[in-house]
Write a protein that binds this ligand. Sequence first.
Ligand code: FAD
Length: 623
Amino acid sequence: MYPSYDVIVIGGGHAGCEAANAAATLGSKVLLITMNMQTIAQMSCNPAMGGVAKGQIVREIDALGGMSGIITDKTMIQFRMLNRSKGPAMWSPRAQSDRMMFAQEWRDTLEANMNVDIWQEMATELVMDGDKITGVKTSLGVVFNTKSVVLTNGTFLNGLIHIGEKQFGGGRSGEHAAKGLTEQLVALGFEAGRMKTGTPPRVDGRSLNWEKLQEQAGDENPEKFSFSDQTTTLTKQRSCFITYTSNEVHDILKTGFDRSPMFNGRIQGLGPRYCPSIEDKINRFAERDRHQIFVEPEGWNTCEMYINGFSTSLPEDVQYKALRKIEGFENAKMFRPGYAIEYDFFPPTQLKPTLETKLIENLYFAGQINGTTGYEEAASQGLMAGINAHNKVVEAEPFILKRSEAYIGVLIDDLINKGTDEPYRMFTSRAEYRILLRQDNADIRLTHLGHQLGLATDERFNAVQKKKEQIETTIETLKETSVKVVNANPHLEASGLQTMSHGLKADKFLKKTKVGMALTMECAPSLKETFAEFDIKALEEAEVLLKYESYIEKEEKIAEKLTTLENYKIPEGFNFREITSLSSESREKLSKVGPLTLGQASRISGVTPADVTILMVYLDKKK
Ligand code: FAD
């Protein structure tokens, strides 16, 4: 009766939206089943996208043809490039979004995609024929037939919310928990675990004393996430504000510790270590007499404020009393208290590099269900799962990104090989090629791949080709041009470079620490003319490539060497136990993970370089 689908995506969160949109854009008939259409792409926690390492992921999603960057641009109320004082590998774009606009923009995007159907209900069961997936059953008993399923349930699977001693089922504040799927998956042989995360109270901005808070404005020249020209930069922004807790605040919070689910053992799941609750911070860093609090608006027109740094599951009366002792919060009114949530996840070592499960063909997992935390991590997995689900349906090659190609590659490789026992978030330190994986060059790294897939448009591909040509011309021109006007240049003097000799080639001049492209053009005026029509982004890129040339070359060489291992395929289903010269630990680990390349095998903890050599010799003999 109902139509049959190529891909059913369960869950309309960040992972689900990207998955549904990608598979549908590529041509699959997609059904998105989500519990509540009003909460599609809801930002459960902080209404912000990007930040350190996460900003790089959003740019990568954008370059591949995903939507998170564009939607963030269209809904942002503030933009900041974090870490600008550090090297370009560390620069990270971060935007504060209007929470309601963000969700609306995603809904509009999905509604505009004629290959996406939406069904509002809870999915309760996967319909199987042996170990093959054939459909999805909902709580009303409706069955939809499909060739593949992407599960993106977020924090909803058996979600349990904690506020002090109170606990109740829920996937997010005010929303039902999802029942049935975990139990079925465990019965099918999947291993499941429990994790926890938390969120701070939201307060009424009309009740705050803004005079006492320190303003943190957005960047003077804000950028944007998307490389496309579908979006523009902000012309006005909303500020965030900073304040601090105090010993008095901590003392009040401590009065609730005996009723805290964190400390009395009621919460079993492991939470994110780097994003601790305020009670956790007071406990772990007892010597600190204050902690920083960011007061962040939830949108353009709302007075609702997100109290970043004050995540808590203490009783609501304790939260309220403590909040009112924070400087500027003396009369604060709370809209809703903070809470913690425990939920089921599935250790991601049960997945292939395509995010398809090893146990059940055509079943994919993406997002928080894989033990990650964060919208960006979820969205990127959704995009990859959506692409791969579609590719499998049309019998196209799997789409896998290498660690040297993208943070998304690092994320998935870490998850499937190492697993995670606490909520996994991306850090720049997780990437071994972070000079290659910059936010500024995500388009150059990935647009051609998105274009090959059919996700990134011709316009985008052509724009990147043009940018690449301009970068090359810029570098060549700089190498051929001599710096002329050196003495008596006030900017040079200010930089302490006035003794620079005439005749130096512009590329060498640019490489000096304090010299930027603008100063170089001033000291070699012919460049101004040559570069007059060039895209500023191409000039900036050329500058980065020249300044970090030696580091970039070094990382490229290492990546090239490792490519040999990455390209060395291991047949699917290979029996590692037959290689008796491997240690029993290695055989065990390799059998569990089932790596598909020697590169992947080399990253499994407990598998040594000697094991990799043995494996290679063995595979060579079998050829
Ligand atoms: P979600 O955004 O959770 O979306 C899941 C979607 O699936 C929902 O729309 C839900 O309705 C739907 N769904 C679930 N099960 C079913 C079903 N059976 N049938 C139909 N629909 C279903 N991240 C951070 O980085 N830092 C934080 O501090 C942080 N704090 C958080 C605090 C709280 C209280 C919560 C709830 C989340 C927090 N997060 C935090 C996590 C962040 O919200 C998630 O990482 C991100 O939203 C995950 O995206 P997702 O698509 O996997 O799942």
